[in-house]
Design a protein around this ligand. Structure first.
Ligand code: C2O
Ligand code: CU
Ligand code: CU
Length: 497
């Protein structure tokens, strides 16, 4: 069925504001049926306090006194947080009662040992998004930790892995719900030779929140399931539009996480240019200065240097309007202020120049094999029900099916093709890849600088070519990082032999 007919029929069936209760939960999601149900009302956005001072994310304490070892426990459990005066507290699911999850700060070369305790009523895992670690330690969907259970993840962080990572659950069918209820946290791998070590750092974890009129976390509706869930709030370090008092020295290094299920963050700071210095897997070779905006797709991270220059005013960091091809009768896109930057305390207009060289990123070399990954969507009518499928190479995810096979340590060229009408952020586990070029409408554009990434956005109709290599044998996942699409089966399995 073509898209237009499908969407027209959906609208006629009254599916403009339906609820698909607990949608991202249960089985059957790979063949999602979009049934009409009563809509729910959301809490007006201004009921949640804004303008408070930006808080730092608490660090996960290291229980080991030994240098080079990081030992800790992360417990996932429900936690009630009083968000709105006069309303009942909101029940989140959180790691160690912290929203976002506590900051894991580790160094290259560290031996990490983190015990995960699952106090949820669902199975879960912890996936270390972006880290180059063995597959059996990476919280894959078949390595479930049962409710009430625990397990210890152990890995060593290789030299050269300094970068901006995160952790979140990865049980099949439950990832989206566990993440939007609060289970996600930042992880920073530091280098002892960081060329930007002197620049004051800020960690900004951006997450999405959808609350119903009673301030409870709202279930996903059919639009959320189809387009990826977006709530009325985009929070920074779990705060609504906090105030960031800019460092007096006039320069800050921001590490920014897009931990939203589906919201695209087209970051702009009106009147100030941004300098990109790092992506998911660490620093660029050289700073990319003068950016008026930077698009952070769900799952991605960026390191941005921000300079006050002569400004002493206040300005909002904004997620500007970005059209990602949502389907159905969705509200028009709106710009969303994320936080207010207050330059009032800046005393220094001209901090010393940034280093012109940040890192070495070698070309991965000649590709010995090629792969193609095609993202597509399929709309159909079955037994009077509208069905929407999100496919990888024509299939929805199969837990017992290997989709692609690679050889360990062999460089490959992957062609990532988006044959659907929506943007999809492609993510591959266990490694950092390099984008080589993009092609859209027959026009090929080479990447203008090298960068380490584990997630790359595919626009509708776009093909992105990447070079990638896996360093451990075993099974890895690749999927769309719009978590509702991943839940619906837009995921595949790579076997490394
Ligand atoms: Cu961020 Cu497969 O995950
Ligand atoms: Cu991942
Ligand atoms: Cu997607």
């Amino acid at each position: 069925m073509d898209r237009r007919t499908f969407l027209r029929q959906l609208a006629m069936a009254g599916l403009t504001l339906p609820t698909l209760a607990r949608a991202s939960g249960m089985a059957g999601m790979s063949n999602m049926s979009l049934s009409a149900a009563k809509g729910i009302s959301l809490l007006p956005a201004d009921r949640l306090v804004s303008g408070a001072a930006l808080r730092d994310i608490p660090k996960l304490a290291n229980l080991s006194a030994q240098t080079g070892r990081f030992v800790a426990t992360l417990t996932a459990a429900p936690v009630a947080v009083p968000l709105i005066a006069g309303e009942r507290p909101t029940t989140f699911w959180a790691y160690n009662d912290s929203l976002p999850g506590p900051l894991i700060e580790v160094f290259e070369g560290d031996e990490v040992e983190i015990t995960f305790v699952n106090r949820l009523k669902q199975p879960s895992t912890i996936h270390w998004h972006g880290l180059p670690i063995p597959p059996e330690q990476d919280g894959n969907p078949w390595d479930l930790v049962k409710p009430g259970g625990k397990r210890t993840y152990r890995f060593r962080l290789p030299e050269g892995s300094a970068g901006t990572y995160w952790y979140h659950p990865h049980p099949h069918h439950y990832t989206a719900e566990q993440a939007f209820r609060g289970l996600a946290g930042p992880l920073v791998v530091r280098s002892r030779h960081d060329p930007l070590a002197g620049v004051p750092e800020r960690l900004l974890v951006i997450s999405d929140l959808k609350l119903d009129e009673y301030a409870a976390i709202a279930p996903s509706d059919a639009n959320d399931v189809m387009n990826g869930r977006e709530g009325q709030f985009a929070l920074v370090n779990a705060q609504r539009q906090p105030r960031l008092a800019f460092h007096g020295g006039g320069r800050e290094r921001w590490r920014v996480w897009n931990a939203c299920s589906a919201r695209y963050l087209r970051l702009t700071l009106p009147g100030s240019a941004l300098t990109l210095v790092g992506t998911d897997g660490g620093l660029l070779e050289a700073p990319q200065a003068g950016l008026t905006e930077y698009l952070l797709a769900p799952g991605q991270r960026a390191e941005l240097v921000v300079e006050a220059g002569s400004r002493r005013d206040r300005v909002d960091l904004i997620a500007a309007i970005y059209g990602r091809g949502k389907m159905g009768n969705v509200a028009p896109e709106q710009a969303m202020p994320l936080l207010t930057v207050d330059f009032g305390a800046v005393t220094e207009s001209a901090p010393p120049a940034l280093p012109t060289k940040l890192a070495d990123i070698a070309d991965l070399g000649e590709a010995k094999a090629q792969k193609q990954v095609v993202f597509s969507e399929n709309m159909s009518m079955e037994g009077g029900q509208h069905r929407m499928e999100f496919l990888v190479n024509g299939k929805t995810f199969g837990m017992n099916r290997v989709d692609l096979t690679s050889r360990v340590d062999e460089v490959e060229l992957w062609e990532l093709v988006n044959r659907s009408d929506m943007d999809h952020p492609f993510h591959l586990h266990g490694t950092q890849f390099q984008v080589i070029e993009r092609e859209i409408d027959g026009k090929v554009t080479s990447a203008s600088y090298r960068a380490w990434q584990d997630t790359v956005n595919l626009r509708s109709g776009e093909t992105v070519r990447i070079k990638t290599v896996q360093h451990w044998r075993g099974l890895r996942m690749f999927h769309c990082h719009i978590l509702e699409h991943e839940a619906a089966g837009m995921m595949g399995m790579l076997k490394v032999v």
